[in-house]
Ligand binder design. Structure first.
Ligand SMILES: Cc1cc2nc3c(=O)[nH]c(=O)nc-3n(C[C@H](O)[C@H](O)[C@H](O)COP(=O)(O)OP(=O)(O)OC[C@H]3O[C@@H](n4cnc5c(N)ncnc54)[C@H](O)[C@@H]3O)c2cc1C
Length: 434
């Protein structure tokens, strides 16, 4: 038996940051918005470190004060390298735009719930436990979405516009056979939540720590209630090399890093260690007159720059303008969609350049000895702050930084080539295997 629901203007699939933000913006504009979210909130989600330039989005959505109450202030990112004597902290206050000196570390269960309830408050109809299974676009006026509710009953609903915000489930990209593996990057992660991880003091307590090791890097994200999120990101081949359980593998890898051992010497795991894999992809389509893919549903590269929530909220807020134009039948809707697509791709491209090089010795050496020549350091701090969609003049200093990077790579050619080949082998080997 299938239950038909009243049709709506916009059906948003997924109630994470992308879905809740686009749903809130469109409901506020007066459209009838329904949101299907398969997992009732609050629910666990990884991705707890926010960026300073995300805060204006939260303000625009009307939730900044609530997020301030559940977040731990993060003033910068500490970089720890086994190849360098001292850690280095990059502070957001060092960015070109001095008005965004901090962000927050948040528990995603709380953060996502605030966003979803806000979306409901703005007038969207939230349907938790509803999972989208398929979509039919054969009628150019109304799409039909099929799914199930929490009781497993078949559900059908028609909508003038469908927003896919299903995150790494990539519902529409799968349906449209548009999901493309990222041939330049591939990594997996292993993570958990812990008590009694050693913290820094004062203003440094909430800082993110990135700690490189031979096969990748670790993150340490202190959460407000004393719990700490710790994870490692590595090549898939390293994960595949494990002999014992995931727990043993995680702790063995921690033991291989002096810095991580010092921080986790008394740490106790408070949830089972989890592994996620194969998460670098992009869809070949993003917008159409009846659908849009936002946030991770469109693309995901890697967590190292903590850019996922920022990109999801940017996509949700800006994407709402495009959907609004399509629903109004505005002649410029197509142009708005193209502008939106290039903004989203610009953000992804900006981050990708850094992500692809994070494990190269030349990159690490530059990061561990930051210099503000030609405002390079300020520009890098701006990118780390999420200042990639505004008018801050980061372009030239970033270009110079890239020039320095290539120069450093040439000066230490052997080490950089070895690492480049390892990386390429890890990616190509995985493509062949999958
Ligand atoms: C290991 C790791 C660490 C990360 N660390 C960070 C970090 O520190 N900072 C950061 O900003 N980002 C981080 N990210 C990325 C971040 O988690 C995502 O980019 C962000 O959550 C994207 O938001 P979204 O709304 O697009 O998707 P999601 O947050 O994944 O939301 C998608 C929602 O859709 C629902 N859904 C899925 N399928 C269906 C369906 N068929 N029907 C209905 N509902 C469905 C899901 O239940 C989910 O609630 C990390 C990612 C990984 C993998």
């Amino acid at each position: 038996m299938t239950t038909s629901l009243k049709s709506c203007d916009v059906l948003v699939l997924g109630g994470g940051p992308a879905g809740s933000s686009i749903g809130a913006m469109l409901a506020e504009k007066g459209w009838r918005v329904d949101v299907w979210e398969k997992d009732p909130h609050p629910r666990f989600h990884i991705g707890e470190s926010l960026l300073p330039h995300t805060l204006p989005y939260l303000k625009q959505l009307g939730v900044l004060e609530q997020i301030e109450r559940i977040g731990l202030q993060k003033f910068g990112a500490e970089l720890v390298s086994p190849y360098h004597d001292e850690p280095v902290t990059l502070y957001f206050s060092g960015a070109m735009d001095k008005f965004h000196p901090y962000a927050f570390q948040v528990r995603r269960s709380e953060f996502d719930e605030i966003l979803l309830r806000n979306c409901e408050k703005k007038g969207a109809h939230i349907r938790e436990g509803f999972e989208a299974k398929s979509v039919d676009f054969s009628d150019s006026a109304l799409a039909t979405i099929y799914g199930t509710n929490a009781e497993g009953t078949g559900i059908r609903q028609q909508a003038r516009y469908v927003v896919d915000a299903t995150g790494r489930q990539t519902f529409l990209a799968n349906q449209l056979h548009a999901k493309q593996r990222n041939l330049q990057h591939n990594s997996v992660s292993v993570f958990g939540h812990f008590e009694d991880v050693v913290r820094h003091e004062g203003n440094e307590e909430g800082n993110l720590t990135i700690c490189w090791f031979e096969h990748g890097w670790f993150w340490i994200i202190p959460l407000p209630d004393g719990v700490t999120s710790v994870g490692m990101v590595c090549w898939p081949s390293y994960l595949k090399s494990r002999k014992g359980s995931l727990d043993e593998f995680f702790w063995e890898t921690v033991k291989g890093s002096l810095a991580m051992t010092a921080r986790l010497k008394k740490a106790k795991s408070i949830m089972p260690i989890v592994a996620t894999g194969n998460y670098s992809y992009q869809s070949s389509v993003m917008t159409g007159s009846q659908y849009m893919l936002v946030g991770d549903a469109f693309s995901f590269i890697d967590p190292i720059l903590s850019s996922g929530v920022h990109l999801a909220l940017h996509g949700g807020i800006r994407g709402a303008e495009v959907v609004d134009a399509y629903l109004h039948g505005h002649a410029q809707a197509g142009q708005k969609a193209r502008d939106f697509e290039s903004a989203v791709k610009h953000g992804l491209k900006t981050y990708s350049w850094f992500i692809y090089r994070m494990t190269q010795p030349a990159f690490r050496n530059l990061a561990m000895a930051p210099k503000n020549w030609f405002r390079m350091h300020e520009a890098i701090s701006s990118v780390l702050s999420g200042d990639v969609f505004g008018t801050t003049p980061v372009k030239l200093p970033i270009l110079l930084f890239k020039g320095f990077y290539y120069l450093m790579a040439v000066l230490d050619l052997k080490a950089n080539l070895v690492q480049y080949r390892r990386r390429k082998y890890a990616i190509d080997g995985e493509s062949v295997a999958s």
